[in-house]
Design a protein around this ligand. Structure first.
Ligand code: RIB
Ligand code: CA
Length: 311
């Protein structure tokens, strides 16, 4: 199976990309707005690929959502990867095709053997599905970090990736593609700590050093807001579940996105009821494998081990 990662690096995106590069056949990255402007997330993605010695296309995508405008999110610092200031800038150029054309071309070329890992707002995937509806048949699976079966992080009930482009998320959820969701309810069970950063620093490797700085910044930002010293391992969870499914429990669930209510816009409505229909009743059809449980320490260990393999 080949993979394209759609991403908005992003401190946790950094770890997800490096982990994926060691464990999966990643053929390309597409970038999107989210943790910073798409110009910044694209620069960050190129720098991360150079650091990981990942010689793959990076195709820039959408700079704003399908409806509304780009909203700055401060938690990842001034350029989306403030903790990674020491990562050298890149001389590489982004792929001239752009994210939507690249996704369509690759899905057609690798139909039935390409899955997507989506780690930011789903704008690029939604637009690609609109331009080429056959994408829904060509793509084997989409594993995404986003949503929640419970509380949110941007608002009481909306998670950042879905909240930043709820229309795109709803379009992808309704596409018929096999979907695997790593929501906040799952990622919060796998937590990163300063001891993990110190362990990577102690490795004495170039990548370990950058990774330690990036994690330390991520922890500082999170602990200032969430009143605890550790932080959820968001994006890597959407990758590790593909490599170590034994560490995870998923439940077939009907999920939709609230688009109208100002207070709830961007909420993923996950129907977790375990019920049988009344005679004549039609229950909402499951469309997403929703992550409900993970062995958090084992998942974190799997990610750190991959980072420690780099020089
Ligand atoms: O809500 C967490 C998500 O928002 C992660 O993907 C993080 O990188 C940010 O994009
Ligand atoms: Ca992300």
């Amino acid at each position: 199976m080949k993979y394209i990662i759609d991403t908005d690096p992003g401190h946790d995106d950094f770890f997800a990309i490096l982990y994926a590069a060691r464990r999966l056949d990643v053929i390309g990255l597409t970038t999107v707005f989210g943790n910073s402007t798409v110009e910044n997330t694209t620069k960050n993605a190129l720098r991360i690929c150079d650091l990981a010695k990942l010689d793959i296309p990076v195709a820039m995508g959408a700079g704003k959502p399908i409806v509304g405008d780009y909203v700055v999110s401060p938690i990842h610092g001034n350029d989306g990867l403030e903790g990674g200031k020491s990562i050298p800038s890149t001389r590489r150029d982004m792929d001239p095709r752009g994210a939507v054309q690249y996704l369509i071309e690759m899905a057609h070329a690798h139909a039935g053997n390409l899955s997507l890992i989506v780690l930011g707002p789903m704008t690029n995937v939604a637009l690609a599905l609109r331009v080429e509806p056959r994408l829904a048949e060509w793509i084997s699976e989409i594993s995404f970090m986003g949503g929640s079966t419970g509380t949110g992080n941007v608002t009481a009930f909306a998670e950042a990736n879905v909240w930043k482009d709820p229309e795109a998320a709803q379009m992808v959820l309704a596409s018929g593609v096999l979907l695997r969701m790593a929501g906040l309810n799952l990622t919060g069970q796998a937590r990163l700590s300063q001891a993990d950063a110190d362990r990577m620093a102690m490795a004495g490797t170039v990548v370990g050093g950058h990774a330690a700085q990036i994690l330390s910044f991520y922890l500082k930002q999170h602990s200032a807001r969430y009143r605890r010293p550790d932080a959820p391992m968001h994006d890597p969870s959407a990758v590790i579940s593909l490599v170590h499914p034994d560490l995870f429990e998923f439940r077939d669930t009907n999920v939709s996105v609230e688009l109208v209510s100002p207070a709830l816009r961007g909420m993923t409505i996950c129907d977790m009821r375990e019920i049988d229909p009344f005679p004549g009743e039609t229950l909402p059809k499951p469309n997403v494998k929703v992550g409900v449980r993970v062995d958090g320490p084992a998942s974190v260990e799997a990610m750190i081990e991959a980072i420690l393999e780099y020089e």
